[in-house]
Write a protein that binds this ligand. Structure first.
Ligand code: SF4
Ligand code: SF4
Length: 109
């Protein structure tokens, strides 16, 4: 069980979630291909979106209410039209090497 970042983070990406995550399991997946695929303009030069590593998320729920655009859901409660993001969060974070994880990790500290 983990939480998942979905569509509305594209173009918003304000990192409110990062401030409350106790385990720093948000990663900056800086890929314009997602802005293009979902027709969401990047926020300035901040392309792509944040994603949650499901192997690290402790399912505390703190981030869900912090997101101003309701982009975060429990994996079991993701709306049907956003279900692709469950696999996307997992694929894009668990496939990274340790050094890539360190470079992409979002931290409030
Ligand atoms: S549910 Fe908790 S641990 Fe998981 S991403 Fe959100 S704040 Fe972090
Ligand atoms: S709070 Fe929401 S929009 Fe902001 S970075 Fe986190 S998931 Fe993206």
């Amino acid at each position: 069980m983990a939480y998942v970042v979905t569509l509305n983070c594209l173009g918003t990406k304000d990192r409110s979630c990062v401030e409350v995550c106790p385990v720093d399991c948000f990663y900056n997946i800086k890929k314009k291909e997602y802005n293009d695929k979902y027709a969401r303009a990047p926020k300035g030069d901040d392309e792509g979106m944040l994603m949650i590593n499901p192997d690290e998320c402790i399912h505390c729920g703190a981030c869900e209410t912090e997101c101003p655009v309701e982009a975060i859901f429990e994996d079991s409660g993701v709306p049907d039209n956003l279900k692709d993001f469950v696999a996307l969060n997992a694929e894009q974070t668990t496939s990274l090497s340790d050094s890539e994880l360190d470079a992409a990790r979002c931290t409030s500290k």
